[in-house]
Design a protein around this ligand. Structure first.
Ligand SMILES: C[S@@+](CC[C@H](N)C(=O)[O-])C[C@H]1O[C@@H](n2cnc3c(N)ncnc32)[C@H](O)[C@@H]1O
Length: 216
């Protein structure tokens, strides 16, 4: 097992994180014990962050970072952030109460996840729960995803903090050329960020762009 980024491991071309709750699976992923340490498989076709890492993005995470995660769903990727951030914390925002129930269960057995059932378009609704953070990550399939991201980063992301976003072209427009959609999204994000790196997420996700940015 080789540590390729802080808290992210690789073996035989597969990604893993160290399980913070040994013996417990979150979504049916496989567990593997090596030298008394349990690792959880982190599949690139189940997580856009894993896909971005596989395609060469250095997330620039420190294991003591606090992360605001927008679009947490049932907590699949959130649980891997929880593994990685051994001394940090994940503030996980999801607006669907249905999938949010599973997110709350994942948070119950981990000490560094705060589940927040709220609309990411209204950051004022959770401003009392979220402090200034080191990283904002967003995986929300919405037409206005760049605007939602800028709004949250403005309120919660520290100066020079890192912004990570997975953009799905089809959610913004199903008829336009994905490259055109990505360029428009990039321009909106550049109002608040400098783009540091980017990758497409094929073959794991079709017509998705992952950007790593620094807040201006
Ligand atoms: C693609 S899924 C996220 C998958 C998740 N990031 C993972 O890897 O495990 C997008 C999620 O964003 C949520 N979502 C969409 N719009 C939202 C909004 N305005 N505020 C909060 N969550 C939203 C959806 O309910 C959905 O669960």
């Amino acid at each position: 097992m080789e540590e390729i980024q802080p808290g992210i491991f690789s073996q035989n071309d597969n990604l893993y994180t160290k399980n913070q709750v040994p013996g417990e699976k979150v979504y049916g992923e496989s567990l593997q014990e090596i030298d008394g340490v349990e690792y959880r498989a982190w599949h690139a076709n189940r997580s856009k962050v894993a896909a971005a890492v596989k395609n060469g993005i250095d997330l620039d995470l420190s294991q003591s970072d606090d992360v605001l995660y927008l679009g947490a769903a049932s907590g699949t990727t959130v649980s891997h952030f929880s593994d990685i951030l051994e001394e940090g914390f994940v503030f996980a925002v999801e607006y669907s109460e249905t999938v949010g129930r599973d997110l709350v269960k994942v948070a119950d057995s981990r000490e560094n996840i705060a589940p927040i059932i709220a609309d990411a378009r209204k950051p004022e609704d959770y401003e009392d729960l979220v402090p200034e953070v080191d990283v904002v990550f967003q995986d929300i399939s919405q037409r206005d995803q760049p605007e939602i991201f800028n709004k949250n980063a403005e309120k919660f992301l520290k100066e020079n903090g890192v912004g990570l976003i997975a953009i799905k072209a089809q959610s913004i427009s199903s008829s336009r050329d994905p490259e055109e959609v990505f360029e428009e999204a990039r321009e909106k994000l550049k109002e608040s960020f400098d783009v540091l790196d980017e990758v497409r997420l094929e073959p794991y996700e079709k017509d998705h762009l992952f950007l790593k940015m620094r807040k201006k």
